[in-house]
Design a binder for this molecule. Structure first.
Ligand code: SAM
Ligand code: TMP
Ligand code: ZN
Length: 407
C-alpha cells in the first residue's frame, strides 16, 4: 500500500528516489513462474517530521517471508564469524545474571543463536520463514515460527518470562509495524534489558551510493538521528550506536529503557557527524537520487560498450541487491547471460525482475568470462581471494558502488 505518511510519527513523507517497478528481491523464479511475477513501485522518501527514511510502498510481509525464503544467513565466512562474535559479546557482557534469556527477532538459520545454544543459555529465535527456521532447529536452537509483534512478544513473555536481550540483525528494518515491535519490547524486556539491532546505515547508502540496498525487504533506512527519535517516540532511549563493517557499512544500535544506561560518547559523535554531513537533509537525499540515475547510465554504457567489443560478462553473486540493480538498469541476458551464486536454493532459478539465470559458482570458470560484474560487492575480499585464478588469467571485476569502476 502506498503511503505519504510516516509509519512512526504520522509526518509527511517526501519521496526522493524512484527505482521503478520492481519484484520482491528474494523472489527467485522457476522459468514457468515468470508470467505471474509480482511487481510494485520501489520508491523511497524521508519523513519531514522525524527524518525516518522509508519505502513509499510496502509489500505484505507474508509475500516476503515464507517457507521458500532464499536468504541463508550462514552463507559466508565473514557473517559466521561476525555473529559468533556478537553472541560471545552478549554472553560476556549482558547474559551474566542467573538464568539469563535472549530473544532474536529474525534468527534465520541460527547463525547467531548457535553459539548461544552451545553455551547452554536460554534463548528463543522468532522466525517466520519456515525453511530457515527448520535449519536452525536442526542445530538445536529453540525457534518460534512467527512474525514478531506485540502479540508475539506477550506470548513469549508469558511462556518464557522477560528477556535480558532482544536482538535483531538485518531484520528490524524489514518490519513495517515497528510501532508494534516497540510495544512488544515494553512487555518483553527486563527493566535493565537492551534491544540491540544491526541494520544497513543510511550514510552508507547515501554517501557510499549503495543504492542497491533499496529493495522490498528494507522498509526503513535508519540513521542514528532517526533511530533516536523513534526510540523516544515509543518510550525508550537510544544509548549507543556503533559503526560495523557488515553489508558494506551498518550501525549496531542499542536501545534501553529511559535512564537505564548512560549514552555512549560514540553515539554523540555519530549524531554530530550526521549533523555536519547533513545526512538527514532533503538536499542531500535529492542529490543521492540524481546520482543513482547517473550510476545506472554509466553502468549500462560500460556493459554495452564491452559487449560491442566482443567481451563476455558474467554476474557474480545473486544477493537481494542484484535484483534492484539489474531490474533498475534493465540488464538482460544479452549483456549478462547468467549470474553465479553459491546458495543452492537460488541455483537453477531466475533472478527476480531481470530474469537472469542463476548458476553454481563452478560455471564461472567454465570458461572464465572477460569481466565479472560483482553484485555481492560487500563480500569483495572473500570472493576475489576465492577467485584469484580468474584475475590471474586476465579477468577483470566491475563494481558500481560507489562508482562504476573496472578493477
Ligand atoms: N539475522 C540474519 C542476518 O542478519 O543475516 C537474517 C537476516 S534476513 C535478511 C531477515 C530475516 O528476518 C528473515 O529470516 C525473515 O524471515 C525474518 N523476519 C522478517 N520479518 C520478521 C518479523 N516480523 N519477525 C521476525 N522475523 C522476521
Ligand atoms: P548478502 O550480500 O546478502 O550477504 O548475499 C551475498 C550473496 O552472494 C549470497 O547469495 C551468497 C553469494 N555469495 C557467493 O556466491 N559466493 C561467495 O563467495 C559469497 C561470500 C557469497
Ligand atoms: Zn516520521
Amino acid at each position: 500500500m502506498e503511503t505519504t505518511t510516516c509509519r512512526v510519527c504520522d509526518g509527511a513523507v517526501s519521496e526522493f528516489v524512484d527505482l521503478g517497478d520492481q519484484p520482491t528481491a528474494n523472489g527467485f523464479l522457476l522459468p514457468e513462474e515468470v508470467s505471474a511475477e509480482f511487481r510494485f513501485r520501489l520508491a523511497v522518501g524521508a519523513c519531514e517530521g522525524c527524518g525516518l527514511v522509508q519505502l513509499v510502498t510496502v509489500v505484505p510481509q507474508e509475500f516476503r517471508y515464507h517457507a521458500g525464503y532464499r536468504y541463508h544467513a550462514s552463507g559466508s565466512v565473514s557473517h559466521r564469524e561476525h555473529f559468533a562474535a556478537d553472541a560471545r559479546h552478549f554472553l560476556e557482557a549482558e547474559l551474566t545474571g542467573p538464568d539469563p534469556f535472549i530473544v532474536e527477532i529474525g534468527c534465520n538459520d541460527g547463525v547467531m543463536l548457535g553459539t548461544i545454544a552451545a553455551a547452554g543459555v536460554r534463548h528463543l529465535g522468532v522466525e517466520p520463514s519456515g525453511n530457515v527456521a527448520d535449519i536452525a532447529r536442526e542445530k538445536g536452537i529453540q525457534v518460534l515460527s512467527a512474525f514478531f509483534d506485540e502479540d508475539c512478544a506477550a506470548r513469549v513473555h508469558a511462556e518464557h518470562g522477560p528477556a535480558d536481550v532482544v536482538f535483531g540483525a538485518n531484520t528490524i528494518c524489514h518490519i513495517a509495524h515497528i510501532d508494534s515491535v516497540f510495544r512488544g519490547l515494553e512487555t518483553l524486556l527486563t527493566p535493565g534489558g537492551v534491544f540491540v539491532f544491526e541494520e544497513p546505515y543510511l550514510a552508507t547508502i547515501v554517501n557510499g551510493m549503495a543504492f542497491d540496498q533499496i529493495y522490498d525487504e528494507h522498509v526503513y533506512y535508519f540513521s542514528a538521528a532517526s533511530v533516536q527519535a523513534m526510540a523516544k517516540k515509543f518510550g525508550f532511549e537510544l544509548v549507543d550506536a556503533e559503526r560495523i563493517a557488515m553489508h558494506g557499512g551498518e550501525v549496531r544500535y542499542t536501545i534501553a529503557r529511559p535512564g537505564a544506561r548512560v549514552p555512549s560518547a560514540r553515539l554523540a559523535e555519530l549524531l554530530a557527524e550526521e549533523e555536519s554531513s547533513k545526512l538527514n537533509e532533503p538536499a542531500t537525499l535529492a542529490e543521492f537520487g540524481r546520482n543513482v540515475a547517473r550510476i545506472r547510465d554509466d553502468l549500462v554504457a560500460l556493459l554495452r560498450q564491452l559487449r560491442a567489443d566482443g567481451k563476455t560478462i558474467v554476474g557474480y553473486g545473486a544477493p537481494g541487491k542484484s535484483s534492484t540493480v539489474t531490474t533498475y538498469c534493465g540488464i538482460d541476458t544479452e549483456l549478462v547471460p547468467f549470474v553465479c551464486d553459491s546458495t543452492p536454493g537460488k541455483q537453477g532459478r531466475l533472478l527476480p525482475g531481470s530474469h537472469l539465470p542463476v548458476r553454481p559458482p563452478a560455471d564461472f570458470a567454465d570458461p572464465y568470462p572477460d569481466y565479472a560484474l560483482l553484485f555481492a560487492w560487500n563480500h569483495a575480499e572473500e570472493i576475489m581471494a576465492k577467485e584469484q585464478a580468474f584475475r590471474d588469467g586476465g579477468g577483470k571485476w566491475i563494481r558500481y558502488v560507489p562508482e562504476v569502476e573496472v578493477i
